[in-house]
Design a protein around this ligand. Structure first.
Ligand SMILES: [Zn+2]
Length: 91
């Protein structure tokens, strides 16, 4: 399924830029370079109790990478969305 970009209207592609000094990762649109939002932090997501074992494995595997592909970023966004939704039910 193709998603169109809300900034330029063309086919949306995700891009991850990382700041080498701080290690912070930020998501941008690869189609038009519009800044989107900070990349979800795997270490933060790992604190959630709502992960499947395979999601946990995945996050642990990528947590120490200093560079993410757009594929990794989109998986992180999916996990983050899931964790946030189920997070509202707990506590
Ligand atoms: Zn765009």
């Amino acid at each position: 399924m193709r998603e169109s970009c809300q900034h330029c209207g063309f086919e949306f592609r995700l891009n991850v830029v990382s700041d080498r000094r701080t290690g912070t990762k930020y998501l941008r649109a690869d189609c038009c370079d519009a800044p989107l939002r900070p990349c979800p932090d795997p270490a933060e997501l790992l604190r959630s109790a709502n992960l499947t074992p395979s999601e946990r494995d995945y996050l642990q595997r990528i947590a120490n990478l200093d560079w993410f592909t757009s594929k990794v970023a989109s998986v992180l966004l999916q996990i983050e969305a899931k964790v946030k939704v189920s997070g509202e039910v707990t506590s």
